[in-house]
Design a protein around this ligand. Sequence first.
Ligand code: HEC
Length: 94
Amino acid sequence: MKTLMIVVVGLYTCLLLVSLVFADAGAAKLAAARCSGCHSTDRICARLGARTAEVWAQTVQRMVSNGANLTENEAKTVAEYLSTAKPGAKPLCQ
Ligand code: HEC
């Protein structure tokens, strides 16, 4: 019984970690795809690690007003990703 519990909890933890990694990769690709149409991503990469989540959310909202093609949910995903991405993060930065 105890072994079963350990296996179940272990599997659950693995799945959770895998889904977090994939969510992050998805957000990175979304940012790379939707944030490179009007200017190079250098503009974004120069600021990674230097803005709070709140300021990134405002920046992404401003890009939506500039014409960026993102739903409200996608904008949130991209802003969250940018606030945690490290300078030089792939595939956004070269
Ligand atoms: C429809 C065109 C367009 C798209 C798509 C776009 N941008 Fe911009 N971006 C602009 C324009 C125009 C400026 C300069 C004016 C300004 O800052 O609003 C700019 C400037 C910037 C700047 C420099 C200004 C600052 O706040 O430091 C950053 C950072 C930025 N964009 C990030 C992004 C991100 C992140 C995305 C994807 C969510 C994105 N952009 C998508 C048009 C766009």
